[in-house]
Design a protein around this ligand. Structure first.
Ligand SMILES: [Fe+2]
Ligand SMILES: [Fe+2]
Length: 106
């Protein structure tokens, strides 16, 4: 890759995601964001991290990796799943699938 930023490299891509966590203690949160960039290799994965939406006056952090790509006729998606950080005495499970992604090039 040399000195080229992966955001400018046409072989790199990212995916968007937006899912609800499971309900715990009568509330749930939204997990929404964009994955880290990854090169277009057959077994690549992406990092996901961020902060959930604020509900019931608190939020949680999350950090995980997607699974390997699941190829379909026009692109690929990634499945993911994990637990949020423990805050206010509880955590939430979440899982979902990314969108088909887009080139990183700005
Ligand atoms: Fe919560
Ligand atoms: Fe990907």
């Amino acid at each position: 890759m040399g000195n080229k930023c992966c955001c400018e490299d046409p072989n790199y891509h990212v995916h968007s995601y937006c899912v609800f966590t499971e309900v715990t203690e009568c509330h749930r949160h939204v997990i929404r964001g964009v994955t880290s960039p990854a090169e277009d290799t057959r077994d690549h994965k992406h990092k996901m991290e961020g902060v959930t939406s604020t509900d019931s006056c608190h939020s949680h952090c999350y950090r995980c990796r997607t699974g390997k790509p699941k190829y379909m006729c026009s692109g690929h998606v990634h499945e993911f799943g994990d637990e949020t950080s423990r805050d206010e005495g509880h955590r939430h499970c979440f899982c979902g699938t990314t969108d088909k992604g887009r080139r990183c090039r700005r």
